[in-house]
Write a protein that binds this ligand. Structure first.
Ligand code: TYM
Length: 328
């Protein structure tokens, strides 16, 4: 049976956080482990240059991102994992799709509005970013896109652009559908906004021991629970909803429900249970990450072989696109 193809991307931020892991990467791994899907996963460096960045750090960020994904379970037997700028067809198709897009629909993107808030001069790259994202997906004719909730609006736009292109030039691309996992939107340690490295409210996937405890200790809990003797409401607590739900067993959930609502357990005790459970789940990933970073050849080989294959697939699509558009 032919496997269904998914495409997904992640920015090389230098620190993949547990929001990326629970919202997207775990979802990729579940699909891959089902045996029904093949994955094409891109480290999207062209997306990362839409904001100011340190040139000398970029290659290190890319390698760390690849090592983290491999440590989570992305491997040459289940996926292609490549760096976006190694496949030039992404930018070629992006221009072509730019000519099938409208300013108004891009102006409505909430991520663009958030990121450009307060800036006097807004980069065109930031504005047209969702078009490049559309090109990323459809270059591989991927019908499925596992992502976190923050990408849904970009996917709706991608479907619209694809419909317009297909109507004008004849059907080339499938309309990509998002696949959401169990954890759609992981909140940050502040409890008030989505976990995001740029907001400084994130927990890295490779954090453990003291640094992890320092972050958990600062995490917002149920704000109504002011004193240790006040009973709390786990459903109103970010630590419970965003982290315990995904890292702790149902036995621990019951223990916390009982302890928190009766005030027999304090927030520090509850966070200590979380620390132990997170270290148990994430410890093997951190270990594997260290091993991979010590043998970077494995990482570079995987990225290079994947890029060769991706260029082949991408070029095949581009030949069809150019021909349909009367460009060749
Ligand atoms: P990026 O790098 O911001 O995030 C990568 C993936 O992690 C998910 N995610 C979250 N999920 C739940 N809770 C959170 N707090 C959280 N933070 C991040 C994101 O939804 C995403 O799935 N534009 C994309 C990258 C991209 C892409 C693509 C994705 C480029 N081309 C094509 C899919 C298909 C981005 O910046 O993701």
């Amino acid at each position: 049976m032919r496997k269904k193809r998914f495409f997904s991307g992640i920015q090389p931020t230098g620190e993949i956080h547990i929001g990326n892991y629970l919202g997207a990467i775990k979802n990729w791994l579940n699909l891959l482990e089902s045996g029904e899907y093949e994955g094409i996963i891109s480290i999207v460096d062209y997306h990362a240059i839409t904001m100011p960045y340190e040139k000398k750090e970029m290659q290190d960020r890319i390698r760390k991102c690849a090592a983290t994904l491999m440590a989570c379970g992305v491997n040459p037997d289940n996926s292609l994992l490549f760096v976006q700028s190694q496949v030039p067809q992404h930018t070629e198709l992006s221009w072509i799709l730019t000519c099938s897009s409208n300013m108004g629909e891009l102006e409505r993107m909430t991520q663009y509005k958030d990121k450009s808030k307060g800036s006097e001069s807004i980069g065109v790259g930031l504005f047209s970013y969702p078009i490049l994202q559309t090109a990323d997906i459809v270059l591989y004719k991927a019908p499925f896109v596992p992502v976190g909730e923050d990408q849904i609006q970009h996917l709706e736009l991608a479907r619209e652009i694809v419909r317009r292109f297909n109507k004008r030039f004849g059907k080339v691309f499938p309309e990509p559908k998002p696949i959401l996992g169990e954890a759609k939107r992981i909140m940050g340690l502040d409890g008030g906004s989505k976990m995001s490295k740029s907001l400084g409210n994130s927990i890295s996937l490779t954090d453990s021991g003291k640094p992890l405890w320092k972050k958990l200790a600062s995490a917002k809990t149920d704000e109504k629970r002011k004193l240790r003797t006040d009973p709390g409401v786990p459903e109103d607590c970010n630590v419970y909803n965003s982290y315990h739900l995904y890292f702790s067993s149902s036995e621990d959930h019951n223990k916390i429900q009982e302890g928190c609502t009766s005030a027999s357990m304090g927030c520090v005790d509850c966070k200590k249970i979380l620390l132990a459970n997170m270290e148990k789940s994430l410890g093997p990933i951190a270990e594997r990450y260290q091993e991979l970073m010590e043998t970077p050849q494995q990482i570079d080989d995987f990225l290079q072989k994947s890029a060769i294959k991706c260029r082949e697939i991408a070029e095949e699509t581009m030949q069809e696109v150019r021909q349909k558009m009367g460009l060749r």
